[in-house]
Structures are given as structure tokens and as C-alpha cells.
Ligand binder design. Structure first.
Ligand SMILES: Cc1cc2nc3c(=O)[nH]c(=O)nc-3n(C[C@H](O)[C@H](O)[C@H](O)COP(=O)(O)OP(=O)(O)OC[C@H]3O[C@@H](n4cnc5c(N)ncnc54)[C@H](O)[C@@H]3O)c2cc1C
Length: 326
């Protein structure tokens, strides 16, 4: 797969993409502007499709030209390389965000903002989306990560997912075919881009109770998590065996004295030790170094190798768990 290696290649590819999808293509985008952590070099070309048809067109065009590309949502789980992003970046964001509710069924496009989606289900008298209240990100990213809280994942409410493969063809997958696991789905490996998902929730017997539960979850999150400084949520996944022996990652990291520790501009949050904040000038190298030191320390003290939930995007668009080793 070809990277966008020279300025003239970048200009001509951006030009052709602009003819294909007018108004949806940006060049030389500082990743620190779009990334939730406010970290990263410059993305050569960012394309924001506004419909399934546009997504299919752009994927078919990119594949037809043998070009590499990668997909992002609202970047709330991503750490971008300081070197930037030298492949086409397809962003599934707010331009692609319809939500339709009919009875217990909810159909939503990949760019729908998760907290807004959760609120819409509550207002429609449904229950089941409480655990995603307040999770920042787009629905496509949430489904890809099988995100959730309170030991739940959004995958359990999915009926089917419509995705677009590399050649631009639409694929429909049932919940089983999405292969959901703890913060895992088939979309992390199969190269398909989630365009739309259909969910089924239960009718709430106690609507006010659902609202109260969402407000309770939001208030707990506000108290527990850093709110002002840029961060990417939980850095490490919780391992059930480690949890059983020692507790959740945040507790273990805190007990080893990491709260407030800094590398360059990256700092372990004083509010919650499983969060790393950008104090203003953090680089991805600072974050990766901090992650690697914490992992080494936890391993030597507990024998457990913590796996990052946060994903690192290198300059060729490769996405891996955010460890210094890649
Ligand atoms: C303060 C804070 C709190 C958080 N709390 C939680 C929490 O409680 N629970 C939780 O699970 N997560 C949590 N997160 C992480 C994050 O919000 C979720 O993983 C989120 O839903 C990811 O969505 P996104 O749009 O930001 O995806 P991104 O971060 O942009 O992408 C994540 C992954 O999904 C892929 N992807 C994105 N969109 C698509 C698509 N349309 N099709 C295919 N692949 C796609 C990307 O390639 C990448 O691999 C938190 C993050 C923050 C900053």
C-alpha cells in the first residue's frame, strides 16, 4: 500500500479526492487540533464522508489507487504519533450522525455522538443504554471498541451492523458475526468501516428511574475522572484475574505511587491513576514512555502485564495497543 510520500503526491491525491467528495477533504490537518489528547503531528489528508454512498465511493477510490488509509471517529481512544499521519485518514464524525427510533429499535449512523445517543434512548422511554451515558466518542468507535461501563459492552444491545469493506461494498453483520468480546470486535481486524448500527433496547417500566440512573452515572464520572485536562479515558484494560488478585488498574497504579508522576508534558492524573493527562506540551513519546514505565513497574510488583486500552496510531496508520514496543 502506498503512503503519501511527497508534497506533489499529497496535493494531487487531495485534489482528486476533492473532485470525488467536494467539501469533505482537508489537507495538512494538525492532529493536535482534532485529537482528544491534543497530541500528534500533522495528518496529510483527512476525508469526512457524509453518507454511506460517500463512504463507499471513497473506499473504492482509495483501494482502486492502491493507497493506504485508516479510519477514526472522535479520537477519544487514540494516541497519534508525533511524526504525523502520512496516509489518508477517513473520519466518521458529526457529518454522519442520524439517529432514528421506532419502538424498541434504534438505528444510528456511525458519527452519532455517544452521550447524545444515550440521552435519545432515555427520552424515548427505553432502558439499556445507561452504561454508555457520558462516554465521549462516536458510535462507530464505541461499537468497534465494544465500549461501555459497569462491566458491560454496547455489543450486547446490537441487532446488526452495516459496514463498508475496503472495496466499497456494504456488508451486514448480525451481533454474532461482530464477534464482540471485552473491548473487542471483528472491526478491529477486518478492515471494514462501520457505517450504521441497529440496536434493540427494552421498554422502561420506570422512565424516571432510567433518567435518575443516567444522572447518577454522569455524576460519578464527573467526580472520578479528570475533566479539564485533555486525556483519552482509561489507559489500561482491566484484567479479570488481576482484578481478583489486586483490584482495578487505577487502584494498583495509585498504590505504586504513580499519581502525579510526569514524563515531559504527560502526567498520571491526580484524580484517577488510570488516566494520563496532557498538561499542555505532551508528545506521544512522553505518553508512551510513561505507559511503558508503569507497565514495567506493575509487572515487577504483581506479575501481571497490563494491556493498554488506548490505541497508538503510527505515521503509516497502523493501529496497535499503545506500548512503546508497538
Ligand atoms: C474521558 C474519557 C472517558 C472514557 N470512558 C470510557 C468508558 O467508560 N468506557 C469505554 O469503553 N471507553 C471509554 N473511553 C474511550 C472512548 O470514549 C471509547 O472507546 C469511544 O467510544 C471511542 O469512540 P471514538 O469515536 O472516539 O473512536 P476513536 O478513538 O476515533 O477510534 C477508536 C477505534 O475505533 C476505530 N473506529 C472508529 N470509528 C470507526 C468506524 N466507524 N468503523 C470502524 N472502526 C472505527 C478506530 O480505527 C480505532 O481503532 C473514554 C474516553 C475518554 C476521553
Amino acid at each position: 500500500m502506498l503512503r503519501l510520500s511527497s508534497i506533489s503526491a499529497k496535493a494531487s491525491i487531495a485534489g482528486e479526492l476533492r473532485r470525488l467528495l467536494p467539501g469533505a477533504v482537508s489537507r495538512d490537518v494538525p492532529l493536535s487540533w482534532i485529537s482528544r489528547w491534543q497530541i500528534g503531528g500533522t495528518a496529510d489528508v483527512v476525508v469526512r464522508p457524509r453518507s454511506i454512498d460517500e463512504l463507499s465511493k471513497v473506499r473504492a477510490w482509495i483501494s482502486g489507487h492502491g493507497l493506504a488509509h485508516m479510519v477514526i471517529g472522535e479520537t477519544s481512544n487514540l494516541l497519534f504519533a508525533d511524526e504525523g499521519l502520512h496516509v489518508i485518514c477517513v473520519q466518521m464524525g458529526s457529518d454522519f450522525a442520524d439517529v432514528n427510533i421506532e419502538g424498541r429499535r434504534v438505528e444510528a449512523q456511525a458519527g452519532a455522538w455517544v452521550p447524545g445517543f444515550a440521552r435519545r434512548t432515555m427520552q424515548a422511554g427505553l432502558t439499556g443504554a445507561e452504561h454508555i451515558a457520558g462516554i465521549p466518542g462516536a458510535l462507530g468507535g464505541l461499537v468497534c471498541m465494544n465500549g461501555g461501563s459497569q462491566r458491560k459492552g454496547i455489543g450486547s444491545s446490537i441487532v446488526q451492523v452495516l459496514s463498508v469493506d475496503r472495496a466499497g461494498h456494504c456488508v451486514t453483520r448480525t451481533r454474532n458475526e461482530c464477534e464482540f468480546g471485552y473491548r473487542k470486535s471483528v472491526f478491529q481486524e477486518n478492515g471494514e468501516v462501520i457505517a450504521r448500527a441497529t440496536f434493540e433496547f427494552d421498554q422502561a417500566q420506570d422512565r424516571a428511574g432510567v433518567r435518575r440512573e443516567m444522572l447518577r452515572i454522569l455524576s460519578t464520572r464527573r467526580k472520578k475522572f479528570p475533566r479539564k485536562q485533555p486525556n483519552c479515558g482509561s489507559v489500561f484494560k482491566s484484567d479479570p484475574a488481576m482484578y481478583e488478585d489486586y483490584g482495578p488498574p487505577g487502584e494498583i497504579i495509585e498504590s505504586l505511587g504513580w499519581k502525579g508522576v510526569r514524563v515531559g508534558g504527560a502526567q498520571v492524573s491526580n484524580d484517577h491513576a488510570n488516566f494520563i493527562i496532557n498538561t499542555g506540551s505532551a508528545t506521544s513519546k512522553d505518553v508512551l514512555t510513561l505507559i511503558s514505565r508503569i507497565r514495567a513497574n506493575v509487572f515487577s510488583e504483581t506479575g501481571y502485564e497490563m494491556v493498554p486500552e488506548v490505541l497508538f496510531v503510527d505515521s503509516s496508520g497502523r493501529i496497535t495497543p499503545a506500548t512503546a514496543e508497538g
